[in-house]
Design a protein around this ligand. Sequence first.
Ligand SMILES: Cc1cc2nc3c(=O)[nH]c(=O)nc-3n(C[C@H](O)[C@H](O)[C@H](O)COP(=O)(O)OP(=O)(O)OC[C@H]3O[C@@H](n4cnc5c(N)ncnc54)[C@H](O)[C@@H]3O)c2cc1C
Length: 408
Amino acid sequence: MPPPPRVGDVTGLVSAFLPATRSEALARLEAFLPLAADYGAARNRVVAGHENVSRLSPATRTRVLLEQEILAAVRARHAPASIEKFEQEVWWRLYWKGWLEQRPGIWTRYREALSPLRWSERARAVAAGESGIAILDHFTRELITTGYLHNHARMWWASWWIHGEGLPWQQGAHFFLQHLRDGDAASNTLSWRWVAGLHTRGKAYLVRRSNLERYVAPELLAEHPAGLEKLESIAIRDLPWEEPPAPRALEPSDPQQGPRTGIWIHDEDLSVERSPLSDLAPVALLATVPSGLWECEAYSPGKCAFLKGALADGAARASEHFGLPCPTRDTPALSEALVAWALEERLDTVVTLSPFTGPLADEIPKIGAAFADRGVRLNLVRRPEEMVVMNRATGGFFGFWEKVRERG
Ligand SMILES: Cc1cc2nc3c(=O)[nH]c(=O)nc-3n(C[C@H](O)[C@H](O)[C@H](O)COP(=O)(O)OP(=O)(O)OC[C@H]3O[C@@H](n4cnc5c(N)ncnc54)[C@H](O)[C@@H]3O)c2cc1C
């Protein structure tokens, strides 16, 4: 894991506004709606403030806002043809989620490769915004200070890291996850793999000077011109190809109550009141801040604060919905805190929305075993309509898109 990167001069950076709570996410969606029809033409440009894109990804990452809500809102406002590009991008996230969820071995392989890697001097310098390519260094500072990067900036940055510097893609991906407010195991890992040429055989993404000159706002590029010539001699590095595992179909799982059921709320899904859990009659609620886990992952202070804010908001909404207090427990040891809560509340069943493949889901076997030792059943629930969509992510995106545009 890298040390917290040193932040250089951030003068002039416009901090992107990223929604943490549901009301912020709804306001962001409302502000973006009139622009959705122009999105297809405007989205590729990297401009200060990022007004041409939605910046909704942090809200879908914590699920304070669901993709279906975003799609319903744009469809209610615009003719289908004018919003096709935006719809496609929203579906991309579910595609990546489904693709990885059906092949969790890809995540395990990535984590196993990441774990023994040590940070070289060069990797530290690039992650601290000292690559020598001023515009990429500007993006590094933007990522560290705001927790957001435009999609194009992510592609260029990852491509330079992998193909320009020859650094391990796994470290770059983890660096992103430490800072991005929307940091997501599926979108992040699979996008990095795609840039590296490991997702689609024979296809890698190469950053080009001409691409930056075309899509970065001229005034921004003029402020950071140094080192652009380095992008002229870059070539693709061929990384060893590994066949992905065959997809395994996902099963929906219904909530099952016991006489004393508790609902556990976590930052992977903060829309409990708009989920199959909403009709349950729990006796207790608990939201967890897994500080120990975040520390192991070396999440940045800004990211931790963002997630805590989202959790507090999700807990407040659940509390209101179920008419019960929903304390938030900040814990270095997640499974112990959950077991302590289950014992305090004399629970026989704990129900939660199943975290998708990623750091929190990696904790589930331990949590399940700790509950089982105390005679408590852990019930992981998935939204049935999402399982249908995710099961369509068996091949490439456009095959998936053809299926979902027809049937959802
Ligand atoms: C190397 C790399 C790493 C990335 N890491 C992440 C990550 O950790 N989490 C994450 O959510 N996205 C990730 N992306 C995808 C994409 O960059 C972001 O989803 C997007 O930039 C978010 O900004 P926005 O909400 O303004 O997007 P908009 O352009 O407004 O798009 C609307 C929504 O569509 C979805 N979306 C858009 N583009 C993509 C895409 N290429 N892949 C998946 N979903 C997309 C997002 O949920 C987004 O909120 C990564 C891309 C790359 C190239």
